[in-house]
Design a protein around this ligand. Sequence first.
Ligand code: S3P
Length: 198
Amino acid sequence: MEQGRNIILCGFMGCGKTTVGKRVAARTGRRFVDMDEFITQQAGMSVSEIFARLGEADFRRREREACRELAGERDCVIATGGGALTFPENVEALAGSGPIVLLDVAPEVLLLRLAGDKTRPLLAGPDREEKFWSLYRTRLPLYRRAASVQVSIGRGVSPAAAAERVLTALKEAGREESAKNPMEPRQNSSQKTVDKRG
Ligand code: S3P
């Protein structure tokens, strides 16, 4: 993939954006950035505290700012929060900086992983499963729309294997892209020559 481009991971809570993202970063020599961590460091509060004290709208505002700021970074693997790329303006901000990759994990697997989790305010309290399904159904089509690359990760796939799948899918997407635009590589190489001369 072109140097400087970010790789942006999206998907539902528990799909492995952080775990897989760290491995993709190590494999590609990029810096790993966790968007939630970026937000909590700036706020000096955990995600749960922001939701409880300031409300979800405040969290979404911080998330929007984080998307804009991180879109200005280069050579990063960015693990987004599960809600971030359900908002078109956040997608628009980040998509310019690199491909958005959806980690598509079966909902049954997500439910198992999220059982007993206390860090996700959107799933806190009673009716956890109902909340999960309602969010999952609304969000899956939005993730699919946001992502230029989709990777299915079945049950029992290790984080390392999932990271390899992401890399393979990115390579394939890159090949398809240059097949669709055969002039692009030539334009790029002539541009490089001009750059060197200048
Ligand atoms: C959220 C997902 C969380 C975090 C916040 C809201 C969401 O991130 O940003 O709790 O709206 O799905 P993870 O996907 O990393 O759990």
